[in-house]
Design a protein around this ligand. Sequence first.
Ligand code: G6P
Length: 471
Amino acid sequence: MVVVSNRLPVDFVVDEDGVEGWRSSPGGLVTALEPVMRESDGAWVGWAGVADRELDPFEHDGISIIPVPLSEEDLERYYEGFSNDTLWPLYHDVIAPPSYHREWWESYVTVNRRFATAAGRAAALGATVWVHDYQLQLVPAMLRAIRPDLVIGFFNHIPFPPYGIYSQLPWRKQILEGLLGADVIGFQRVADAGNFTRAVRRLLGYTTRHTVVEVPGDNGDLRRVVATNFPISIDVAGFEELAARPDIQARALEIRAGLGNPETVMLGVDRLDYTKGIGHRLKAYGELLAQGRLDVEKTVLVQVASPSRERVATYMSLRDEIELQVGRLNGDHSTLSHTAIAYLHQAYPREEMVALYLAADVMLVTALRDGMNLVAKEYVASRINNDGVLVLSEFAGASDELKQALLINPHDIEGLKNAIESAARMPSKERKKRMKTLRKRLRENNVSDWAKAFLDMLTGRAAIEPGIPEA
Ligand code: G6P
């Protein structure tokens, strides 16, 4: 099996003394795919996280790592440009305006071809290739053209937008054709898969029957492509184990003590991204303090905003806006002994994140649009004592499964304030009842179940239903 994603599961790093090496970035994806990859002598094709370096393939934990080089210009046009300043905002409901530049598109095509070529070289005859995410949507068709023997899957980790938004994209047909090179196209939510098949019908005129798209071939034959939802998850047991570790529990108590042992610790954990609704969350929290519905002597909000895509202009201005807002709120509401918001523009290792989850009575996930939001799932998995309240945006994919959370519309500031206040005041019995149900639901869909469901569909293709014609 060959996995293709923009980033490798390891980053190339150079330390202060100029010593070069590799650092694993063990995300959920690696954890899920590691066993399958080892069994199948797997390879991972992706970018090493640095520009202008040709790096040789190597073995890492039983997986062949195949770095794909990106130049500084590729980074600007393919990664920061087309991926993160065209597709990212477009696919997230145009919360920020997407930029359309023809030279960015050209670079996207070139880089996608480079990834497809590398994957084609790495794959054995008849192998399974699993391509990931919006940065590589042209790879499936490019790969099929050079290696028709392969079984090709694609999973989109972010939302797929409704037709009225998607149709803005000048290259909207090419992207659909690129994706339809796959045998199975996976999405997070039912709605994403529906948006995709609708776009296929309207822009390409192909027939779709329920989850199956009929793609006409050159000689009049039809290739059947499945487009359906596979909600991603996390390594639930891995988080539970960390949460049960005495040193991590002690660290959680230390964090609370460091914050002055307030009655309620609220937590936000996000990449610093405009899709996450951090500003809406801060606004609601500030108003609750101003109205005396929350007391700064008894409550604190810890906001971890990890640095992300820092050279993209929209991210730079977002950082300025959020930090201005945090500064103002702290200036208005903090006392000499109590800070309203502990703001951290940093990234932390998983152990520290679990300690933070354990330290937090209330977790605030207020995304304006999010494919899934794994932070919501990580919080639930870490709450092994079945306590704690999750406030969760209905615009995050996780809300399809985590229905016992306090579901909110982040645009409705009054509704959000009410939910935050109820979370802080919720009686223990109700907190436990909700968290127990959330944890049970989460355990039903581990990240390994997700990978298995996708790969079973891809390799078996047996589960393809005959298709229910759509009205
Ligand atoms: C999202 C995307 C991933 C991406 C990650 C971090 O989760 O779906 O594909 O890797 O953000 O963003 P970055 O641009 O740093 O890779």
